[in-house]
Structure formats: C-alpha cells, structure tokens
Design a protein around this ligand. Structure first.
Ligand code: PLP
Length: 382
C-alpha cells in the first residue's frame, strides 16, 4: 500500500490545478468539464427560501451545532435513530472536523480508496494522521471495490484506522452494493476501525442501492459527512453536516467551533426550508437527468475511442484518451487544444503510477454536455 502523507499542512498544489484548467478553458473558449460545479437546478427554490427567511433572520452567532430546524431537516434524511447532526461549513469542513475529532480520540491512520478526491490528503495532513490508500479496481467496465486489498490494509497491526469511504465516489463513480457495505461493516468491527462516509453525492446513484445508513450508524463506529453542495446544487452556500456517535460528535463539534464557529442563521433557515421542500421524487428526477447526461458523454467518448470506466453514480466519467493521440505528458492540454473540451488531469487523485485517466464532469447543463459531445465527435470525424 502507498502512503500519501509526506508532510504536514494543507496542500497548495491541488487548488492550483482546478484554477489552471478553468483559466485554460476560458482562454480557449472550451467547454469546461474540469470542475464539479453542479448546474443550478434548484436556484429558484433557493431564492424563494432565502427571501422567505430574510425578514426573521439575525446576523449574530448561531448555536455551534446548528439551528434546531436545519438539524431536524438533516436528521430526516438519515432516518429514525440517526445521531443528531452538527451543521458545518460544507462537507469539506465536516470531513475536517470529523478527522480532527477522531485524531483527538487516538486514531492515527486514515485509509481511502484510490483514485481519491484531491482534497483528502491535505485534510489528513492537517490532522497529522498517516494517509494510505487502497486502489479501486478499474480493470472492468466499471469501478469496483477490491475487498481483499481493503482487508489487508485495515488489518495492519498496531494502527487505529479511520476508513473514509465516498459512495458515490469521486472520481470513479463507484457505488458500493449491499454486499460490499456488509463486508465493510464486518471489517470495521473486526479491526476496531472507525468508518467515515463522505455522502456528498448521496442522491446521484444510477441504479445502485443507497448507503445503509441506519445499519452502519447503529454500529457506533460510523459517521457521515454531507452537505447541500451537490444534492441541492448549492456549492457556494457552504452548508454541510456531520452525524457521528456522541463522543466523536462532541470532538468534531469542538473542531468545527475552532474552524468556523457556526454557520449563518439566514442560510440555515433557508436550507431547513429547502430540504423539506425538495422531496425524494424531485431529487430522483434530477438524478435521472444526470444519468442521461452521463450516458450522452459516455457515448461520445466511446465513439471517439476513449477507454471509459462507467460510473454507477456521482458527477464524473473517467476516461483514457485513445492510443493514437500522442499528447505527451499532459493529455488534458492536448485534448483541450484539439477539441475545445476541458477535462481534469487526475495526477492529484493518485498516489501510485497510473494510466493517463482524465475526469470529465457531467454536472454541467445538458446543453454543455451536448456541445462537448459535438466537439469531440467533430474532431474525430475530420
Ligand atoms: C468527494 C467529495 N467530498 C467532499 C466535497 C466537498 O463538498 P463541499 O462543497 O460541501 O465542501 C467534494 C467536492 O467536490 C467531493 O467531491
């Protein structure tokens, strides 16, 4: 297994790659599929909820754990018996607070799947934990968990390990099935680990089962980090949450207090309203729209000779450019110059040597996906 944390402190290079690709996309008037910014599906609802919240809002500190109405709305997403949520500034802060809380509790190692969301190593560095990764099996038509490698990693003697799982997963789109969650649950219990579920893509599943939240949370060894960024298409509002067993929740809440103190009253009021207004049927409709965009993008990439990994969820398609394109060490730049489609290179998502995978977001509008597909096909047909 490969350790990914060589130094301490946040990772400055990771921020740069998103800025660089977006600047290049602008410069080349490209369709920008390099960032995971969701299309504004719920803007009208957000505007309505914010307007309704404004007259009664106050502009002072709020309770550190969040306002009762939003906490109740978030609890409603996780079913009866779930621990009371703590409201944070986005899922990023929820993850940071949970990891800091677990480090405080004596956990010294964090394990995640590779490729991994590029912010994870920086978060782990801030906690001082050793970060290690288990490769996702990308040899088939779609991504799969490798339970044997995961078992080997979690059974390292003398370590207190946090397993950070993101399902649907960024960037592979892996969605764990029921059998895999059972295996995870058994391993976490067997090796005295603590599970953290990064739930930020929770509503973007294209066939796979939901996370068995109640069952996992009932073990007392599982926590969830989520937020409004993706499911409610509001990444800029910076509202998230964590749910954890009492002891971990209190440590994480203390970490949250030192990181951002509390989330704004106005935003919490609006989110409390929106989370109850946007029901399961609406979320499912959005997921079906995303699935259509995924299929459109997959079709174009496949027609153009890319080797694709079919995502079962999330916002991204991973693909390797066809062998007859000699774009050198920076295939994303070659692709951008030749087609006017901007993808994200995944070097910051891998700790091991890897194929030249590119990540294409289909969180953009259907029109942008269609334009990207036309540009790709036009390039390959001429
Ligand atoms: C896997 C994963 N976790 C967490 C986040 C951060 O979410 P938030 O915007 O709520 O901080 C992202 C954002 O892209 C993500 O991809």
């Amino acid at each position: 297994m490969v350790s990914t944390s060589a130094t301490t402190g946040p990772d400055t290079q990771v921020v740069g790659i998103y800025q660089r690709m977006t600047a290049l996309a602008r410069e080349h008037s490209a369709v920008n599929l390099s960032q995971g910014i969701p299309e504004p599906v719920y803007d009208a609802e957000w505007r309505g909820a914010l307007a309704a919240a404004l007259p009664d809002a106050h502009f002072q500190y709020t309770p550190t754990a969040g306002t009762p109405a939003l906490r109740a709305a978030v609890a409603g997403l996780y079913g009866d018996g779930a621990p009371a949520p703590v409201i944070t500034s986005g899922c990023t802060e929820a993850l940071a607070a949970l990891l800091l809380g677990l480090a405080e509790d004596g956990y010294d190692t964090v394990v995640w799947l590779e490729p991994f969301y590029s912010y994870y190593p920086g978060l782990a560095r801030m906690t001082g934990m050793e970060a290690r990764s288990v490769p996702v099996d990308l040899t088939g038509s779609g991504p799969r968990l490798d339970p044997d490698r995961l078992a080997a990693e979690l059974s390292r003697p003398g370590r207190r390990t946090v397993l950070l799982l993101n399902s649907p997963h960024n960037p592979t789109g892996l969605v764990l099935d029921d059998g895999e969650w059972q295996a995870v649950r058994a391993l976490v219990g067997l090796h005295d680990c603590h599970l953290v579920i990064d739930d930020v893509y929770r509503d973007f599943r294209y066939g796979g089962p939901p996370v068995p939240y109640a069952e996992l949370l009932a073990t007392g060894r599982a926590a969830v980090a989520g937020g409004v960024s993706k499911s409610y298409a509001a990444a800029g509002l910076r509202l998230g949450w964590l749910l954890a067993p009492e002891r971990v929740a209190r440590s994480a809440e203390a970490a949250h207090m030192h990181l951002s103190n509390c989330a704004p009253d106005l935003l919490q009021r609006a989110a409390g309203r929106l989370l109850t207004e946007v029901d399961g049927a609406r979320l499912a409709r959005t997921a079906r729209d995303y699935q259509r965009k995924r299929d459109h993008l997959l079709g174009a990439l496949t027609d153009c000779g890319f080797a694709v990994s079919v995502p079962g969820g999330g916002h991204f398609v991973m693909a390797v450019p066809p062998a007859d394109r000699s774009w050198g060490p920076e295939p994303a730049i070659g692709l951008l110059r030749e087609t006017g489609v901007c993808a994200l290179p995944l070097d910051h998502f891998f700790a091991r040597p890897h194929a030249p995978w590119l990540r294409f977001s289909f969180a953009v509008t259907a029109g942008e996906v269609a334009e990207a597909a036309v540009r790709l096909r036009d390039t390959w047909n001429t």
